[in-house]
Design a protein around this ligand. Structure first.
Ligand code: T5A
Length: 220
């Protein structure tokens, strides 16, 4: 088992994870506002992205013109963006004593490319350890939501309310997202101390209250 360094020297490193549409971005912003209201310095970053290099990698990863991209290629690109983010943004902020909130981190690669994408999990762990210098979050909030509901939220936000499922492609997509949800829950069962499962099927302020309750003791 790889030994991770937790959170860096001084600050607090929090990550939000979960299936597409679980509400990570919404919760990251609410948490940022709440912490800032207490006078904390907060760095909010998203993955993939968060740096000039990382945003270019993000564009490549999410570009529908490259359906031939292999899962191994995805692992390397997500990890490359993460390596840049850790050195350029996360470590300096932690060294200043800031709270860092990352909208996704290495658990997403373990789940999307590993447990759901069926790439070699041990290899993904090693690559991520190397890419980040072993920097683990102090706490991870896993927003748990049924795949169908998450996809419907995202499609609703884009003005397309067709339910997930139906034709072959949509069905395959749904199967993948169901594996993602199960994968995150499996990961949480392996790392119960770090990963808190937060039920995300309720109004955003209520989800925030659940997260906040678990953040307070970390601020002492
Ligand atoms: N990926 C990423 C990998 O495969 N491997 C990796 O290593 C990494 C890092 C990123 C994609 O890359 C994959 C995962 C992703 O597929 P993205 O566009 O950044 O792409 O996608 P997500 O991170 O999944 O972001 P989403 O925007 O899809 O979902 P969020 O952030 O979970 O949800 P949010 O907050 O944007 O909300 C979505 C909609 O739901 C509403 C919001 O208002 C919004 O309209 N909403 C709620 N509605 C009802 N109740 C609530 N509680 C709600 N909370 C939010």
């Amino acid at each position: 088992m790889i030994k991770h360094e937790q959170g860096g020297p001084a600050g607090l490193f929090l990550t939000l994870e979960g299936p597409d549409g679980a509400g990570k971005t919404t919760q990251a912003r609410l948490l940022q506002e709440r912490l800032q209201a207490l006078g904390k310095e907060v760095l909010l970053v998203r993955e993939p992205g968060g740096t000039a290099v990382g945003e270019i990698i993000r564009g490549l990863l999410l570009d529908p013109r490259y359906p031939e991209m292999t899962v191994a290629c995805e692992v390397l690109l997500y990890s490359a963006a993460r390596a840049q983010l850790v050195v350029e943004q996360i470590r300096p902020a932690l060294a200043r004593g800031a709270v860092v909130i990352s909208d996704r981190y290495w658990d997403s690669t373990l789940v999307y490319q590993g447990l759901a994408g069926r790439e070699d999990l041990a290899m993904i762990q090693s690559i991520n350890f190397w890419a980040t210098g072993g920097l683990a979050p102090h706490r991870t909030f896993l927003l748990d939501l049924e795949a169908e509901k998450g996809l419907l939220r995202v499609r609703g936000a884009k003005g397309d309310l067709r339910p997930a499922g139906g034709d072959r492609i949509e069905q395959r997509e749904l199967d993948f997202h169901r594996r993602v949800r199960r994968g995150f829950l499996e990961l949480a069962s392996w790392e119960q101390k770090r990963i808190c499962v937060i039920p995300a099927d309720k109004a955003a302020p209520l989800v925030h209250d659940c997260i906040w309750e678990k953040v307070i003791p970390l601020l002492q």
